[in-house]
Design a protein around this ligand. Structure first.
Ligand SMILES: CCCCCCCC/C=C\CCCCCCCC(=O)SCCNC(=O)CCNC(=O)[C@H](O)C(C)(C)COP(=O)(O)OP(=O)(O)OC[C@H]1O[C@@H](n2cnc3c(N)ncnc32)[C@H](O)[C@@H]1OP(=O)(O)O
Length: 190
């Protein structure tokens, strides 16, 4: 009996595929007006920050045009099943990589949507070599795809992803949201 082959069309859905009329990416580098001093020096990011004790410490390696390369070393703290990386953390490493593609286009962006396909398990102690690139820009929307390979830039593909990043005003990061974070008052629910 032959095993039926599974069709894997790639991670991008209609929501992460640039629409007709989308513009080609123009890699300008991050816009310094978008990275206030506080953002620039911030090392608390779970994805890449040196001060995030339990963070992933995704290392940003190089940028060529609109393509960004990073590395994520899978440690014991990142396990899901014994000895294997948790899928959610792999998605986080991908989010970090794809997000930085959008910032390298000079866009102040947040993740709107992230889609992932997992093709092979990633072992603890392994290094995942990630790559992200922009597939188009449409209004405030930046479309990005990526892949992660085990052991080296030409290793087997373990994860593929597609994301939609949305440009936001500075206020997105500076607004005081303390009140919104509090539990709603009793009886206030509709
Ligand atoms: C981020 C920190 C950066 C630090 C910078 C340091 C320097 C750079 C260095 C290194 C790079 C770092 C890389 C970071 C990577 C990690 C990033 C994250 O984890 S971000 C946190 C998770 N994401 C959120 O918390 C968003 C929460 N969502 C929102 O705030 C809103 O929903 C938002 C802004 C996404 C959209 O809301 P609206 O009210 O502004 O706009 P509307 O009209 O709803 O959407 C705009 C367009 O986008 C589409 N859209 C939005 N969400 C969509 C979705 N999920 N699917 C499909 N389309 C969507 C809409 O349909 C609309 O399209 P139409 O213009 O009408 O064509």
């Amino acid at each position: 009996m032959t095993t039926p082959s599974v069709r894997r069309p790639g991670p991008a859905s209609s929501r992460t595929t640039p629409p007709e009329g989308a513009a080609a990416p123009v890699a300008t580098g991050p816009d310094p007006r978008h990275t206030t001093e506080r953002m620039m020096d911030f090392q608390g990011c779970f994805g890449c920050g040196a001060d995030a004790a339990d963070g992933l410490r995704v290392a940003h390696r190089d940028v060529t045009g609109h393509e960004v390369r990073t590395e994520f070393t899978v440690r014991e703290a990142h396990q899901g099943a014994p000895g294997l990386a948790h899928g959610g953390l792999l998605a986080t490493a991908m989010d970090e990589t794809l997000g930085s593609v959008a910032w390298h286009l000079g866009k102040r962006c947040v993740t709107g949507r992230l889609e992932t396909d997992y093709l092979a398990p990633v072992p603890v102690g392994g290094v995942l070599h990630l790559r992200g690139w922009c597939t188009g820009v449409h209004g405030r929307k930046v479309y990005v795809e990526g892949e992660g390979r085990i052991g080296g830039p030409d290793g087997p593909v373990a994860i593929r992803a597609a994301g939609l990043f949305v440009e936001v005003p500075e206020e997105h990061f500076t607004r005081d949201r303390t009140a919104e974070a509090r539990p709603a008052a009793a009886g206030a629910e509709g």
